[in-house]
Design a protein around this ligand. Structure first.
Ligand SMILES: Cc1cc2nc3c(=O)[nH]c(=O)nc-3n(C[C@H](O)[C@H](O)[C@H](O)COP(=O)(O)OP(=O)(O)OC[C@H]3O[C@@H](n4cnc5c(N)ncnc54)[C@H](O)[C@@H]3O)c2cc1C
Length: 342
């Protein structure tokens, strides 16, 4: 279309564009102000990363200290959920890990601490605040408490990843049920392995515990129960070098040269700290990757604290009680630090 603009129309058009221009500037300014105030409002005092015993206990105390807190964790409950039986938590002579985790969650709910059900991908430090990057969201906080626990260590042998979910498992409480009257192997020799073997012995026909050392380690109560159990056979000084099976596990090959037939393999060889993003902001870890903290649970980075299994604290004793204690010490320290700076 060929539009002819009359010379008399020019001032009207200029005036029109000028008004549109002013309107855009106005909207942009208002928008910027809105974003700024939104950002200001949404800067939490503390972002707790992790929803296990450390994170949940920290959340409860943070609410009682009236700190504006958010818990960022895909799930609440933590590793406790996978423990078959907890018999060392005061107040509960014997309780399943799953049930105890439900009680933790229920207790936290009384305090209405918001929980963003996503895991943190990374943390960025900007001036006085931290930005926690989630999949499709950013969360800002003045203090960070890392309570991300640990993840299961893998055996790293042939067949392990290929047969994962087809007879290879890292969670006895989740999968024991599938092995009624079958033969299974538990790899490992510490508390988690001992407890796994005991649980499996109530379901399976036969349980091998395959351990590379000469003696089982951990709580003597569990060791005694393993040794006295007629369904459990411990193979000492043996390491699995291959998990065998075509579509499903049918055996394991040991470094002794022996092969044993089993229907399932439960890997219980410990855990490694879940704190890769902590290193991005310069948080110091020990040689095994656990976050180093002082007595107040503070890391080497100002306003970054850590608690629970992810730290090298509590003399390396990774338990529900120690994780919870570290969580609440961290919150008290954050509260004190905020008071001093006020
Ligand atoms: C089989 C087994 C049996 C056990 N039995 C006992 C027992 O009888 N008694 C006892 O005291 N202890 C027991 N423990 C140890 C106990 O479970 C742990 O010490 C405790 O759960 C540690 O708590 P935590 O909060 O530090 O970490 P965890 O419980 O591991 O929780 C970590 C949390 O962080 C979240 N998370 C991970 N990555 C991210 C991320 N990137 N962003 C945000 N969140 C993240 C996880 O989803 C989880 O919610 C057992 C452990 C196992 C494996």
């Amino acid at each position: 279309m060929n539009m002819k603009v009359n010379v008399y129309h020019k001032p009207i058009i200029n005036y029109y564009f000028y008004n549109v221009y002013l309107c855009i500037i106005n909207i942009t300014d208002n928008f910027k102000r809105m974003i700024k105030s939104y950002n200001y409002m949404s800067v939490y005092d503390v972002a707790i990363l992790g929803g296990g015993p450390a994170g949940i206990s920290a959340g409860i105390y943070a609410a009682r200290f009236k700190l504006n807190t958010v818990i960022i964790s895909e799930s609440l409950g933590g590793t406790v959920e996978t423990a078959h039986l907890i018999e060392n938590y005061p107040g509960f002579e014997s309780i399943s890990g799953f049930e105890l985790a439900q009680k933790f969650k229920g207790h936290l709910e009384n305090f209405e601490v918001p929980n963003i059900k996503k895991n943190a991908d990374s943390v960025i430090k900007e001036d006085d605040t931290f930005t926690v990057k989630l999949k499709d969201q950013d969360v800002k906080a003045k203090y960070i408490l890392i309570a991300t626990g640990t993840k299961r260590r893998k055996l790293d042998v042939q067949g392990e990843s290929e047969l994962y979910g087809k007879g290879v498992s890292y969670c006895v409480t989740c999968d024991a049920f599938f092995y009624k009257d079958k033969t299974v192997a538990v790899i490992g020799g510490s508390d988690a392995a001992n407890m796994a073997a005991i649980l499996l012995s109530t379901i399976a026909k036969k349980v091998y515990v395959i351990y590379r050392k000469e003696k089982l380690r951990g709580e003597l109560v569990w060791i005694e129960r393993v040794i006295k159990n007629p369904k459990i056979e411990v193979l000492y000084k043996s390491a699995v070098v291959e998990i065998k099976g075509k579509n499903f596990v049918d055996g394991v090959k040991l470094d002794t040269g022996n092969e044993i037939s089993v229907d399932g393999v439960f890997v219980e060889i410990g855990s490694i700290p879940e704190c890769c993003f902590a290193k991005d902001i310069g948080v110091k870890t020990d040689e095994k990757g656990y976050i180093q903290v002082d007595q107040s649970q503070k890391t080497n980075i100002d306003k970054v604290y850590a608690a629970g299994d992810v730290t090298s604290g509590s003399n390396g004793f990774q338990q529900i009680l120690t994780a919870a204690s570290e969580g609440i010490i961290a919150i008290k320290s954050i509260f004190d630090d905020m008071e001093i700076r006020r």
